[in-house]
Each structure stands twice: as C-alpha cells, then as structure tokens.
Design a protein around this ligand. Structure first.
Ligand SMILES: *Cc1c(COP(=O)(O)O)cnc(C)c1O
Length: 405
C-alpha cells in the first residue's frame, strides 16, 4: 500500500531528539527559541512564536484582537474545520465566503458584500500551499467605505483601524506571493507543523508576527509568549537562574511548543529548501505532466507569475463526474493499494456547521470543486516508481468509472 502522507523521519531528526531527551530540558527551552529565530530568518518577519498547534495559534490571535460575541470573522467555506472552529470557540460568528474555481482560495470579489460593521477579521487560507490573493484583500479592507464601517471596540482594534488579515498558512510554509514568503504577506500568519504538513514537529505551529505600526512585534511576541503559558510572567527556563518568583498577568492559555518538537523542526527547516520543497515540486510536476494528456483531468494551479506553492497537496479534479462517481473512483484507487484523500469537505457539509444553518447551495464553487476532487500522495519518500503506481491507479480507476456511465 502506498500511504497518503507518512512523516519524513531521518537519522538526523532521531539524533536531535535524542540530544534533547538527554539534555534534561524537554519542554519549551533553548531549541524552541532557536527554532523561532530560524522561522523568522526564513520568512523575513520580525518575530515568531512557536505554539502547540496552528489551531491554538489562530485562537490566541483572535482572543488578543478581542474577538467575541457579536463579532464576525470571514473564512472560506472550503477549508479544514480548524479555521472556523476557532471563531466558534471565541463566541463569534464565522461568515463563510466561496472560493475561486481555479486555485481553491477565498474569492475576494465575494468579500465586500459579506463585510458588516461587525466584521473584525478575515482569515484567508492558502489551500494546498497556494497563497491567497493578499494584495486584493488588503486593498479591500483599506477602501474608505470599508474602513469607515469598521467598528473598533478594543484598543487593538482601534490601533489597527481596519479588519485584521490573519492568514491560515497551515499548508503554505515556504510558498511565495509576489516575491514574498508567507509570513510577511499579512498582519499575522499562522503555520501548522502537524504530522501531515510539509514541515512537521508531530504537532505544533507558529505565529509569525508582521503587524504594522503602531504595533511593536517584539513586544507582542513577549505578550503571546506569556499568554501561551498561563499568563505566567516567567517561563520555566527564565526561572532557572534562581529567579523563582513569578506573577500571573492574565488567565492565559496552555499552548507552548516543547523542545522535543522543536528538535524535529530545527532539522526539517534546515533541509526544507534543499530537500523537501524540490522533491515535492518534482512530484507535482510528474503528476501534471502525466495527467495533462487526459481530457478528464484538471490539474491544479501551483505556479504562475505571482504565486509559487509550497506543493503541499496535489488537488486533482476529474471533469464531468459527480460526488458519487468521485467516491467510486476513490474506492477503486484504494483497491489498487494507493491511499488518496479529499481536501476538504466544505464546512456546510459538516453536521456542526449544517446545524448552525449554513447551506451548501450558498457556496456553489466550493461544492463543485470538492465534488470532483481527489488529493494524491505527495511526500519526500515517495519514489518515482510510487508516483507511476499512483498515476496508473488513478488513470485506470477513472477510466473504469467513466466507461460505466
Ligand atoms: C492542518 C490545518 C489546520 C490546523 O493545524 P493544527 O496544527 O493541527 O492545529 C488549520 N487549517 C488548515 C487549513 C489545516 O489544513
């Protein structure tokens, strides 16, 4: 069986983790702090805080920005549930936007009509590693009528004076938008290092701060560092120098990254541009080259003048099929010993969101892109032979199903 997304574990990772285990310091410590610096160096943003997950990172930011009851946060209908769940956690309302047919990212032309005086944040998602159209989103939130509608309640909202752009870059570490890496394209970017992501620490995430004046990103880093550890004014590392006394400045969260996780991240970030991204790109190119010749295949967009993907998920679409046929194709692919997946079921298809009243029919592009989508395996250890096996399994399965109608 060719698995869908096994993590890449090499000897260097094992040694780095072993070093951490033997060091006597396994929770947040020097390696986490070093990993944060490496992420900021890589992305070019002023300051980065590592956290226990992207979900925790997104929620910390929403809470800091004062998001709560009565507020609205715009998210794409087509994303993993985490993007919207964090809005619900804060007691606010997720407002769903449909997506672009071509790139699966939030459709900026749909946003204006969704903005109300309660809209506080937009969370674009870089689906499959392809960055959303950030310039257009910024132009929109800076339009005079949109700015004057913004009803700032907290000091942070007053200081920003407009809707916050918080990107869910769970898929797009290392991607480029107009020559800039994700991490410096929006006010705040949140990355995920979950086991299936391009760069993994088993579980984990990072908040890349890049806020404009008058915000001080370094100061905010210290604030979020404290808020990710119970609001405790000193973390365990700071207390080792005999400075045992600490204070609690707020009922903070528990969302810190451990040095065990950071050990993996340190090795992975070093190899990221050298090994991970080039291999993933090769696999994307092999798939596209193979499928381009079939009229039933619609290959994903992953590179153009403005965007370079991080090659996270290969979103193949099959022309002229419905959801049932897609599911039939997937079970046939599995029978040929190849694991594939679907990214993602749009939020209105999930019971929780359906029960809140969201209707799939209101997001037609999200539905049609989902209904014919099959995600193919992409990972460092997938060999060229494996890629051939996947291509053949997909091709044969699609043709079997198309023939039967
Ligand atoms: C994986 C994922 C997340 C959540 O990441 P965690 O680190 O598991 O919290 C959020 N958004 C999207 C789009 C994801 O795919």
């Amino acid at each position: 069986m060719i698995p869908f997304s096994p993590p890449k574990i090499n000897q260097e990772i094992i040694e780095e983790i072993t070093d951490t285990l033997k060091s006597g310091w396994i929770t947040t410590g020097p390696k986490t702090k070093l990993f944060e610096k490496k992420i900021s160096e890589y992305c070019g943003n002023p300051s980065t805080l590592c956290v226990s997950s992207a979900t925790a990172g997104l929620e910390l930011i929403l809470r800091w920005f004062g998001i709560g009851e009565g507020d609205e946060v715009i998210v794409p209908a087509y994303t993993y549930c985490a993007t919207a769940n964090v809005v619900v956690h804060c007691g606010a309302k997720p407002v769903l936007a449909d997506i672009n047919k071509d790139d699966f990212c939030i459709d900026v032309s749909k946003l204006k009509s969704l903005i109300t005086p309660n809209t506080k944040v937009i969370i674009p998602v870089d689906i499959a590693g392809y960055p959303a159209d950030y310039d257009s989103i910024f132009s929109l939130v800076n339009e005079q009528d949109v700015r004057s509608k913004f009803n700032a309640k907290t000091q942070e909202q007053k200081d920003l004076g407009r809707i916050l752009i918080l990107s869910d870059a769970a898929h797009s570490f290392g991607a480029f938008y107009k020559g800039k890496r994700t991490g410096v394209c929006t006010d705040i970017t949140v990355f995920s290092f979950h086991a299936v992501k391009n760069l993994t620490t088993a579980e984990g995430g990072a908040i890349a701060l890049n806020l404009p004046e008058p915000f001080e990103n370094e100061k905010l880093y210290s604030f979020f560092n404290i808020m990710s550890l119970h609001g405790q004014s000193k973390d365990a590392l700071a207390k080792t120098a005999g400075n045992w006394r600490y204070d609690v400045i707020s009922a903070g969260y528990k969302a810190n990254m451990t040095d065990i996780q950071a050990s993996m991240g340190l090795v992975e970030i070093k190899l990221y541009d050298k090994e991970t991204i080039p291999r993933r790109k090769e696999i994307f190119d092999m798939y596209s080259k193979a499928f381009a010749s079939f009229s039933w295949a619609k290959c994903p967009l992953y590179e153009n003048d403005t965007n370079t993907s991080s090659y996270h998920v290969y979103l193949l679409r099959i022309n002229g099929i419905d959801e049932n046929m897609r599911d039939d194709i997937i079970s046939r692919i599995f029978k040929k010993e190849v694991a594939v997946n679907v990214h993602f079921q749009p939020l209105p298809l999930l019971s929780f969101y359906k029960n809140l009243g969201y209707k799939m029919g209101d997001y037609p592009v999200s539905y049609s892109n989902y209904a014919c989508e099959i995600s193919l395996p992409v990972y460092f250890d997938l060999t060229n032979n494996d890629v051939e096996t996947v291509i053949n399994a997909v091709k044969t399965s699609v043709e079997e199903v198309l023939k039967s109608v």
